[in-house]
Structure formats: C-alpha cells, structure tokens
Design a protein around this ligand. Structure first.
Ligand code: IPD
Ligand code: CA
Length: 273
C-alpha cells in the first residue's frame, strides 16, 4: 500500500462535526414526528413521490443550524432550501432520503448532509435514525460507521455479487429500469432495493453489498454517500469514465466496477428515459 498523498483538512473535520450534529438532531426530530403528523402530506414529481411535514421540518432544522454556525455558506436542500453563499462552501441536504420508507415505517431512511467546495465534496454524513447509525467521511480522511473505519468488499466475481439499486419516480423510467434488472439479475447473486440512495452508497462503503447503481439521482441524494463510499475504497462514477451524476451513478469496489459498468452499458442502463 502506498503512503497517502493528501491529508484531511481541519476545515473538513469542522464541517463533518457540524453536519453530524445536525443530522443527529434532524434524525431525532423526524422520529419524534412520526406519530404527530399526517405522514403522506403531499406529492412532488409524480403520485409516487411523497413529501411529508417531517421532510420540511428536518430541512428547516438543518438550514437554521448551518446558517447559525456558518452564515456565509451556500445551501441546496431537496425541499427548496436555496441560499447563495460567499465562503466557497455549499451544503447539499437531503432531510429524509427514503421518504417512502419513512412513511411506511420501513427502517431504511436517512438524513444526508454534505459540504462541497470547488475541489469536490469535503465532508459528508449519512445518519440512519432507526439504526442509530452515523456514517461519515472527510475528503482524504477515510470513512467511518459510528466512529469505526469501514471498507468495501474485495469481491472480484460479478456472478456472486450482491448489487443494490433504486428506481426513479416516473413510470417510463421505471419500465426501463425494470427491463435492465430483468437482464442483470441472472448474471449476479441477487438484487437489493433498500429505498435510500444515501444508505445504498454507505452499504457499499461498509461491504453490506458489493455494488450499487441507479439512474436519476439528485445532487442531495448522492453527495454525502459518494464521499463515504469513495473514502471506503469504492470507485464511484458514471458508466463513461466521468463523475457520478443525475445521468448515472455506479459505486463498486475497484475489482467489480468495470465488469458491472460494462454490463450496464450493454443494457443501455444510462440511456433510459
Ligand atoms: C429517493 C431514494 C430512493 C431512490 C430515489 C430517490 P427520496 O430519495 O433515495 O432510494 O431510488 O431515486 O429519489 O425521494 O426518498 O428523498
Ligand atoms: Ca430525499
């Protein structure tokens, strides 16, 4: 193993600690709201895309906390948070990633907060309140689960790999995504659909699954988990040699990444509606 070429910055630690505190508080808030609110509040991009009062309250708590601690930072939140900053740091917030799971009380949902600079993501945290699990990462500083260092699997065999995925909210996209799964499933160990992209990326990071892919993520779904997965040793990208994006996100250990990318390219997984 070669010596690390870069070190995490003190700023990275500060950003991570702030994000972790707010993600924890937001997690407590959404748990406390479960019995108080009409959970299916509204829908967004389609009838299947739900948003609750808890999503909005969680985002409000996080934005207030960020602005109190760092008034000059920019912010982009899933539920409309949009603040121009002057510090060079911008926060990407998913106040509940996996809202459908939250509504049905399926445990796999999370609060995802990342801080980015012109270099990329500097710090990211994903908090899973039901499991009381905090994933975090600082750029060049490794990834952790509840304070312990985590790593991806080192599986090299696609045929025995466990692969997570997710589906968009539009019916047309889902039809295409279903066809990709129909072709891929016979070539791998099995598919998992947990329902929170941020957690899917953390599950690759800690080796609960060997890989994860999805078309159509938003920046707030992706940012924190991307850093956690890459700092845990995963390759995270699209299918054409670029960074992950709304077009496509694939995260896998370095031995699997290209094998799976090739299959997914062949199936046109990044060319769907
Ligand atoms: C969704 C979840 C889901 C993924 C969707 C996302 P939301 O986020 O991460 O797992 O498949 O693409 O939009 O709507 O629950 O915040
Ligand atoms: Ca979300």
């Amino acid at each position: 193993m070669s010596a690390p070429t870069s070190q995490p910055t003190e700023l990275g630690r500060e950003l991570r600690d702030l994000a972790a505190r707010l993600a924890f508080d937001a997690g407590e808030l959404i748990e406390s709201m479960r019995d108080e609110v009409d959970l299916i509040g509204d829908t967004k991009s389609s009838a299947t895309d739900v948003v609750t009062a808890a999503d909005k309250a969680s985002e409000r708590l996080i934005i207030e906390g960020l602005l109190a601690a760092r008034p000059n930072d920019g912010i982009l939140g899933e539920e409309g948070g949009d603040v121009d900053g002057t510090s060079g740091i911008r926060w990407l917030i998913d106040p509940i990633d996996g809202t459908t799971n939250y509504v049905y009380d399926v445990p796999a949902y999370s609060v995802s907060i990342a801080a980015e600079s012109s270099r990329g993501i500097e710090a990211g945290v994903v908090y899973e309140p039901k499991a009381e699990t905090m994933y975090d990462a600082i750029r060049d500083g490794g990834a952790r689960r509840n304070g312990s260092t985590i790593h991806t699997t080192s599986k090299a065999d696609l045929a025995t790999s466990l692969v997570a995925t997710g589906f968009g909210y539009s019916a047309d996209r889902r039809r295409g995504q279903g066809q990709v799964i129909a072709e891929l499933l016979p070539q791998i160990r099995d598919i998992r659909r947990f329902g929170s992209a941020a957690l899917d990326l953390c599950f690759v990071a800690e080796g609960i699954v060997d890989a994860y892919f999805e078309r159509g993520l938003n920046p707030w779904d992706l940012a924190a988990g991307w850093l956690v997965a890459s700092e845990a040793g995963a390759v995270v990208g699209d299918l054409r040699g670029s960074d992950p994006s709304p077009e496509f996100t694939l995260a896998a250990n370095p031995l699997l990444f290209e094998q799976l990318a090739e299959q997914l390219r062949t199936l046109g997984a990044d060319q769907l509606p």
